[in-house]
Design a protein around this ligand. Structure first.
Ligand SMILES: C[S@@+](CC[C@H](N)C(=O)[O-])C[C@H]1O[C@@H](n2cnc3c(N)ncnc32)[C@H](O)[C@@H]1O
Length: 203
């Protein structure tokens, strides 16, 4: 398990590189819109860092130490001050209402307890604060969904716990946010890791 986490962190930027030009607009619509005191859940190697405004106070929760090391290096390279904590999104070590914005990109597919993470995201947001998310979700078409279900086991094994077939939009809608806006989007050529959703949920 530990070796797979190390390997995933080592190859993550290379795997993401082909898609990054297409993902950029969604990083702008999530990290790029966050303001004030910001928490990013599952920051990975820090691919969102360049999209944050210069006036945000950023904290990142990243439990994989190999990801966190890369994130720290990227933040230093960008001259950014970032607080990194190793806690999982299911148990955030913060007070209620501490953040103006919470950000999650390509993370909710992998968390152990999706409703638990969303509950925590809502808890740590100030009233009216925004949860910005960009995620890949289960397909709506029957055949693609079947393929995702069939392929989910090996995919999860190779992708450090990533699930292809989660109906993340439905769970966000059921998580007690005051308002939820979700847009279904797709990336050209994204194949099995699609469709995607981008949106904002307000606490
Ligand atoms: C696919 S990567 C995405 C990284 C980054 N957000 C991005 O957009 O490139 C998923 C990240 O979520 C982290 N992660 C997995 N489970 C988590 C959890 N329960 N709480 C917080 N982060 C988690 C992983 O360690 C990994 O860094």
């Amino acid at each position: 398990m530990a070796i797979r986490k190390r390997m995933f962190a080592a190859v993550y930027d290379k795997l993401a590189a082909a898609e990054e030009p297409k993902v950029r607009q969604f990083r702008e619509r999530t990290a790029g819109r966050a303001d004030g005191k910001v928490l990013e859940i599952g920051g990975g190697t820090g691919l969102n860092l360049p999209f944050y405004g210069s006036d945000v106070q950023l904290t990142v929760a990243e439990p994989n130490p190999h990801m966190a090391r890369r994130l720290k290096g990227r933040a230093q390279g960008l001259g950014m001050s970032v607080t990194i904590v190793s806690d999982v999104g299911e148990r955030l070590p913060f007070q209620d209402g501490e953040f103006d914005s919470v950000v999650s990109t390509l993370v909710l597919c992998s968390v152990g307890d999706l409703p638990g993470v969303l509950k925590e995201a809502r808890r740590v947001l100030k009233p009216g604060g925004a949860f910005y998310f960009f995620e890949h979700v289960a397909a709506e078409t029957k055949w693609k969904r079947r393929f995702q279900n069939w392929f989910n086991g090996p995919w999860r094994y190779m992708g450090d716990g990533c699930n292809l077939n989660r109906d993340i939009a439905a769970v966000i809608r059921q998580s007690g946010f005051e308002s939820v806006e979700i847009e279904s989007v797709d990336l050209p050529g994204a194949s099995v890791v699609s469709p995607r959703i981008v949106g904002t949920a307000r606490a």
